[in-house]
Design a protein around this ligand. Structure first.
Ligand code: NAP
Ligand code: ZN
Ligand code: ZN
Length: 345
């Protein structure tokens, strides 16, 4: 079918309107009319070739929510009219070890992320800055009618990416959690950390976010550029989640871990981190990473959010203002996630 979108034609040109063919709805596919799509920092990294040479034209967007408008003849999980969400992946083999363990995002055979890659037939796949998307029914998650739909969109990436590592380590009551960077991912990490019962501190470059951090559920904000404040925070956290998109030195953060503390990186800066062996040895420190989340855990997270009434704090943007939204995100000028209102496409 014909679909409308905003696409980057090249890594150095702004996003602009583009029409293209979506694949037909196969027997096990669903067609989703997209209502909202969140703007993840990953969209900027990829549209500008910051990680690797991309596939152009590129339609970014992997925080997708909307309504199912058609289901394939063999699709059983959804019916027309249902709300659904699509996150960072749209297909996988379903049989490899990771797929069987519900970690489809690490599929070793045929992983298909939502955009900037090719599907099993070698065709490029296009993301959520578009009016429609066709996905296999397994990759359409159930979304509650109870929540504000625009605020649900960022849960599909920012939400699951922060929920998953906190759950995996059972972060909760009695733990001191630090969230580095109060952006799209960071503000969700604060909400989840608070919902799980942890004592949450935000480590931020932005002193003006202190009040907002408290409103989101943090108990305090430490300004990372302030040496005195960072010194006072040394050896104080059990767990750190680092959500920073820009290149940065993680050693000052590692110094704020208690003995046996765990640092988990979820940001995707380009430059590798450098950590002296002594820093790791002294205090039994764990440096870990985490990538999005699988289908079962993403559904669990969406259900948890429906139960606890958790959504992202969003600023709705008009599709035509997407390039300005990218620039504002790079300046840290967003509280805390831009979400495109697809009615404006
Ligand atoms: P974002 O909204 O731009 O937030 C990043 C935050 O980092 C900013 O709000 C800012 O917070 C802080 N920051 C910016 N520049 C900094 C600097 N030079 N030094 C220290 N802190 C800085 O981005 P996002 O959408 O949350 O994404 C964050 C990163 O996660 C991106 O790299 C994205 O690609 C990655 N990501 C990874 C996964 C995964 O599966 N692991 C999934 C989604 C996204 P303050 O103002 O509070 O300092
Ligand atoms: Zn993302
Ligand atoms: Zn697999």
């Amino acid at each position: 079918m014909q679909a409308k979108a905003y696409a980057a034609q090249a890594a150095d040109t702004p996003l602009a309107p583009w029409n293209f063919e979506r694949r037909d709805v196969g027997p096990q596919d669903v067609l989703i009319e997209i209502a909202y799509c969140g703007v993840c920092h990953t969209d900027v990294h990829q549209a500008r070739n910051e990680w690797f040479p991309g596939i152009f034209p590129m339609v970014p967007g992997h925080e997708i929510v909307g309504k199912i408008v058609q289901v394939g003849v063999d699709a059983k999980k959804h019916k027309p009219g249902d709300l659904a969400g699509v996150g960072v992946m749209v297909d996988s083999c379903r049989t490899c070890e990771d797929c069987r363990n519900g970690q489809e995002q690490f599929c070793s055979v045929s992983p298909v992320v939502t955009y900037n890659t090719r599907d099993k037939n070698g065709q490029p796949v296009y993301g959520g800055y578009s009016n429609y998307i066709v996905v296999h029914e397994d990759f359409a998650l159930r979304v509650s009618e109870k929540l504000d739909l625009a605020g649900v969109a960022p849960l599909l990436c920012a939400g699951i990416t922060t929920y998953s590592p906190l759950r995996r380590r059972n972060v909760g009551k009695g733990h001191k959690l630090a969230v580095v960077g109060l952006g799209g991912l960071g503000h969700m990490a604060v909400k989840f950390g608070a919902a799980f019962g942890a004592d949450v501190t935000v480590l931020s470059t932005s002193p003006n976010k202190a009040e907002a951090a408290r409103r989101l559920g943090a108990n305090r904000l430490v300004v990372t550029k302030d040496e005195e404040q960072m010194k006072a925070a040394q050896r104080s956290f059990d767990f750190i989640i680092d959500t920073v998109a820009a290149d940065h030195d993680i050693n000052p953060y590692l110094a704020t871990l208690r003995t046996n503390g765990v640092y988990v990186n979820v940001g995707m800066p380009v430059q590798p981190f450098q950590v002296p062996s002594f820093t790791l040895a002294m205090g039994n420190k764990v440096v870990a990473g985490s990538g999005a989340g699988g289908l079962p855990e993403t559904q669990e997270m969406l259900d948890f959010c429906a139960e606890k009434n958790i959504v992202a704090d969003v600023e709705l943007v008009n599709m035509k203002d997407i390039n300005a939204a990218f620039e504002r995100m790079l300046r840290g000028d967003v509280l805390y996630r831009f979400v495109i209102d697809m009615k404006t496409l």
